[in-house]
Design a protein around this ligand. Structure first.
Ligand code: M1P
Length: 263
């Protein structure tokens, strides 16, 4: 069922009046709309605004909404006004036309006791880990997932890049994930190494395809996804419901948008 015109805020064209009323374009954030962890360019924002005249738009990010606001909310833009759908934490936190949809809770799903055991084990494991430097925020609790970082999320940009390189050589995150997978097999969790310094942990099925579930019954018959082929984009990119476009950087995304939709 399509969304009635009355649900659209003033100045936003209803889907039915756009050039491709039943098409939606969804975007990963890091490396697709912005350079990793950095801000979007004004040219990217213009592309997104132009695209919204053609079809529906959404971002599907692994991070929480605060980080996506930092990256996409340039020049005072409210990102809830920039996209038709905002899917933070793989869609576990979601907004449609600026309004919040019901959030999904990781703790409710696995229970406080199991959650505590998981976090205690992670913190012990990190304490015993001998890596060149450690900073702070080793476990970040989000609504629908936890994010685990051996170096700590509040490391500086140069430290982040150095950790990524070190991790590529030493497989710190891969080994960590193997241990957790075995130790907490009964929780049926997914471990996703999607960024530079951390990995996400959430129940099986709560990957980015969770956002596609939110779009069921919204009336779209063509769903495009722009992002990496791998990492935390793998499942949504490969999902039969989406047309996947592998991009390498924001410039690549804009080039594809020009070719496919904005001519
Ligand atoms: O979007 C990809 C990942 O981005 C961040 O990863 P990192 O800080 O390790 O580069 C995190 O927000 C992570 O949750 C997310 O999946």
């Amino acid at each position: 069922m399509s969304t009635p015109a009355s649900q659209f805020p003033p100045g936003v064209k209803p889907f039915a009046d756009r050039q491709r009323p039943k098409t939606i374009c969804m975007f990963d954030v890091d490396g697709t709309l912005t350079p990793a962890r950095l801000k979007a360019s004004p040219t990217m924002i213009s592309h997104l605004k132009a695209l919204r005249e053609v079809c529906a738009t959404a971002f599907v990010g692994g991070s929480d909404l605060v980080k996506q606001e930092e990256q996409l909310g340039i020049d005072g833009i409210n990102i809830l006004d920039l996209f038709d759908y905002c899917f933070a934490e793989n869609g576990l936190t979601a907004y449609k036309l600026g309004k919040a949809l019901t959030p999904t809770s990781f703790i409710k799903h696995i229970g406080e006791e199991e959650y505590k055991k998981l976090v205690n084990f992670i913190l012990h494991y990190i304490a015993d880990l001998d890596i060149p430097i450690k900073r702070g925020t080793f476990v970040e609790f989000r609504n629908g997932m936890i994010n685990v970082s051996p170096i700590g999320r509040n490391c500086a940009q140069d430290e982040r890049i150095a950790f990524e390189k070190y991790d590529l050589e030493h497989g710190i995150r891969t080994k960590f994930v193997e241990v957790l997978r075995e130790k907490f097999a009964h929780l049926n969790l997914t471990y996703s190494i999607g960024g530079q310094i951390s990995f996400d942990v959430f129940p099986v099925g709560w990957d980015k395809t969770y956002a596609l579930g939110r779009l069921e019954g919204e009336g779209f018959d063509e769903m495009h996804f722009f992002g990496d082929k791998g990492g935390n984009d793998y499942e949504i990119y490969e999902d039969p419901r989406t047309i996947g476009h592998a991009v390498t950087c924001p410039e690549d995304t804009m080039k594809l948008l020009d070719e496919l939709f904005l001519h």
